[in-house]
Design a binder for this molecule. Sequence first.
Ligand code: ADP
Ligand code: MG
Length: 267
Amino acid sequence: MNGARLPAGADGGEPLLRTCNVTKTFRADGVSVTAVRGVDISLGQGEFAAIMGPSGSGKSTLLHLLGGLERPTSGEIWLDGQRVDGLSQARWAMMRRRHIGFMFQFFNLVSNMTVADNVELAALMGGATRRQARERRVELLGDLGLSARADAAPARLSGGEQQRVALARALANRPSLLLADEPTGSLDSSGSQAVLRLLTRVHADGQAILLVTHDARVATAAERVISLFDGMVADDAALLPPLRPAAARPAAARLGSALPTVLRLRG
Ligand code: ADP
Ligand code: MG
């Protein structure tokens, strides 16, 4: 850690997450692919933003960079005022255990542990006591309709169930930032509803969420949609949820014309 601090934002507040001109180029067998090209985004404490974009537009790569699973080729990543793009893997692992919930597109559950233990382990690694970990697991599996599956091995679950367990695990340490890659990608509509309800509550609790989704219902639960195209931010627009207080509307309304069509209908 270099101890450098990012200057405060224009509003005087420190964003939870900020990237400066982040780029990622993969090189293999003499071929190079630039998946992320000069991305500048910032996410406030407690903010909920969705990332959308066509397949191959760099969504997963960007999320991996933000969670420290990949190192950027150039650019800077700041998390809670600390520059993190140069951290060692060990430091990143510590950061994820304590502060970030990461839900991957492929769920990566520990196969020889039960569903309950997968979730509790994440809570324990985040600093919870055994009792807190158990309570948190019971609560999360209940929220996601998985209580009856607590003692099952992950391999016995459907894809949709594994996906919800992965989300429960990502939330077990009460992360200040949840990064999730298509958290409803394998779910039927009741599973998606359970996930949406949980995300809404996580957001109401003040935890920030940055998720990749193709699902307009999920995206409209967010306050903001960042559209990626060809590795670049093509659009970054606030949404107008129907229940937002009237005072918040004028500033957000100015962005209305930039919203993707599917979301503009809500304005
Ligand atoms: P998305 O999640 O939006 O579908 P990705 O971030 O997975 O897009 O991929 C963006 C581009 O980067 C694609 O062209 C993909 O083939 C390439 N890519 C992603 N990961 C790797 C990798 N590990 N090695 C080489 N190319 C990669
Ligand atoms: Mg992807």
